[in-house]
Design a protein around this ligand. Structure first.
Ligand SMILES: C[S@@+](CC[C@H](N)C(=O)[O-])C[C@H]1O[C@@H](n2cnc3c(N)ncnc32)[C@H](O)[C@@H]1O
Length: 214
């Protein structure tokens, strides 16, 4: 479901900094050759993530859900000198394509690309993060929050994608498993006094949380 009319969406895109040629190519290649291309953040959300990264200038970023690497390349834009982005995906089939794009984007030396189940891999990361982007299986969103919250620096941010779930979050009577998981996640973080949250109605909904207490 698109929340904006086609006309307004076009206006937003026309008044947002364009994608780089490389991101355009990655966007096109994902749509042409990869299953479920709607999962890719895309032009406007990609620029939003890049803007967050430039504002925060993070030393370490964690991304849960690499897919074809689009959002990772956007999030890497604002990394501080010597900063690192850790990105995790369970799907090893995209590894070659993703690594190729990280090289082309000139960010491969700044990215630790980990293949495996994020639920198993996150506890082993002995790193403090200034920015975490949650964009993997919805059923584990609350687990991901619990797994990362103590690894987020004071004043650091957690951003979670798809929290409006195509509008299904307001149709709570017939919530399927993913919708219920997102309803639980949104309620949980909204009530968690360790974070201050804002739900941005960008694309499919971005929950932005700033860590204010341990
Ligand atoms: C929505 S896509 C990520 C899109 C990407 N962040 C972007 O904006 O271009 C979700 C990804 O999460 C991955 N994923 C699903 N469950 C996972 C898990 N338990 N651990 C790690 N990755 C997982 C999928 O393989 C898929 O590539």
């Amino acid at each position: 479901m698109d929340f904006l009319s086609e006309e307004l969406q076009k206006y937003v895109e026309d008044h947002t900094a364009p994608e780089s040629e490389l991101l355009k190519q990655l966007n096109r290649e994902t749509h042409a050759h990869v299953m479920m291309p709607r999962m890719l953040s895309g032009h406007v959300q990609g620029r939003v993530l890049a803007a967050f990264s430039h504002m925060i200038k993070p030393h370490n970023v964690l991304e849960i859900g690499t897919y074809t690497g689009y959002s990772a390349i956007c999030l890497a834009e604002g990394l501080s000198k010597d900063g690192k982005l850790y990105t995790i995906d369970i799907n090893e089939e995209l590894e070659e394509m993703v690594k190729d794009y990280f090289v082309k984007a000139g960010v491969s030396d700044k990215i630790e690309y980990l293949i495996g189940n994020a639920v198993d891999l996150i506890p082993a990361l002995k790193v403090q993060f200034d920015l975490v982007f949650i964009d993997a299986d919805k059923i584990n969103y609350s687990n991901y929050f619990d797994l990362v919250i103590d690894k987020v620096t004071a004043g650091g941010f957690i951003v979670a994608d798809n929290v409006l779930w195509s509008g299904k979050v307001v149709n709570q009577d017939k919530a399927d498993k993913d919708t219920q998981a997102l309803l639980d996640f949104n309620r949980k973080v909204h009530n968690d006094t360790r974070v201050e949250n804002v739900l941005f109605p960008v694309r499919d909904g971005l929950m932005v949380m700033r860590k204010i207490a341990d």
